[in-house]
Design a protein around this ligand. Structure first.
Ligand SMILES: [Zn+2]
Ligand SMILES: [Zn+2]
Length: 334
């Protein structure tokens, strides 16, 4: 395929500064890598934490974006898992070493030498990107490009968070009803769970959105749910929600936080944790999570609600996410 020499990219040159539009050389795929023409790239809350310098390992300058839908355009050395012209998805997990103790015990999400797309490797806020082909997922043809993008992080991290809530969950709380919640709510409902959605106090639009996706109850995070929950997921970066959720879950229940960063968690009495309640985080994802979700989503089928932005409008998309005005997921289309 014809590939130009230069491409447009939105570049983070310095943290706490807006992204800058640049024309830069199209990258060349190395060993086991493929060059992808970016068809769509989701905008994730993690991107905000990177821009704001709350995550400190970012390479700079950096092209953000880890919810990439792309077309395989050039194969690097020894690459051949995906054919030229095939559409694939790229997630946050960009590389693992396969040899550390975590990789050897099927916890590649915790790999000591992992690389992350749009954080320690360049991502998809550009016309082209390179990815290690072993971390690219084939995508179901039923999903349009922009609609597939949010599955790659909001979907995957949401799915891992949901699975860690445990099998015995009937009444499931979701704190923060954005991109991840709107995907995972559809899966949970499909599996017969009752969903209790918590939004920012007074955000009646998000509460309506949650009810439209099958939540049996939706209210502000300052409200007590009408029933005791079996487990709760947290997708908002607000540490006080951990103790709020803990007080809402029953004996033996889990509170699982899906975000990579949150404000400090206030101290709380041991009695709130007692009776085998669990607080845990989710870090990254494994390729098995990806394969499972991408097989499951089209069978339900999970529908993603998106708001499209042009590539040059990446700063506006980030601002909209920060202000909480995006319904569903923000997606950049070059
Ligand atoms: Zn993400
Ligand atoms: Zn490893």
């Amino acid at each position: 395929m014809d590939v130009p020499e230069a491409m447009r990219a939105m570049v983070l040159e310095e943290s706490r500064r807006p992204l800058v539009e640049r024309r830069i050389p199209v990258p060349s795929p190395r060993h086991h890598e493929v060059l992808l023409r970016v068809l769509a790239c989701g905008v994730c809350r993690t991107d905000l934490h990177i821009c704001d310098g709350e995550l400190t390992e970012a390479k700079l300058p950096l092209i953000l974006g880890h919810e990439i839908v792309g077309e395989v355009t050039v194969l690097g050395d020894d690459a051949g898992l995906h054919a030229v012209g095939q559409r694939v998805g790229v997630s946050w997990l960009g590389f693992t070493d396969g040899t550390c103790k975590f990789c050897r015990r099927d916890q590649e999400n915790l790999c000591d030498n992992a690389e992350f797309t749009g954080y320690t490797r360049d991502g998809g806020y550009a016309e082209y990107t390179v990815a290690d082909e072993r971390y690219c997922f084939p995508l179901d043809a039923d999903y349009a490009d922009a609609h597939a993008a949010p599955l790659m992080c909001a979907g995957l991290i949401g799915y891992r968070t949901y699975r860690l809530c445990g099998d015995h969950t009937e009444k499931l709380g979701i704190y923060g009803f954005g991109a991840a919640a709107h995907i995972v709510a559809q899966i949970a409902r499909h599996e017969g769970k009752q969903i209790y959605a918590f939004t920012s106090p007074g955000d009646t639009e998000a509460q309506e959105f949650a009810r439209s996706l099958g939540a049996v109850w939706a209210g502000g995070s300052d409200e007590k749910p009408p029933e005791t929950l079996d487990a709760a997921m947290i997708f908002a970066p607000v540490g006080s929600l951990v103790t709020t959720a803990l007080r809402a879950v029953d004996k033996g229940g889990s509170v699982v936080s899906g975000g990579i960063h949150m404000s400090d968690i206030p101290s709380f009495p041991y009695a709130d944790l007692w009776e085998e309640r669990i607080i845990r985080s989710v870090a990254n994802l494994t390729r098995a999570d990806g394969t499972q979700l991408l097989e499951l989503a089209p069978t339900i089928p999970v529908r993603t609600e998106i708001e499209e932005f042009s590539l040059e409008s990446a700063n506006e998309a980030l601002d909209a996410l920060r202000l909480g005005t995006v319904r569903g997921a923000a997606v950049l289309v070059p």
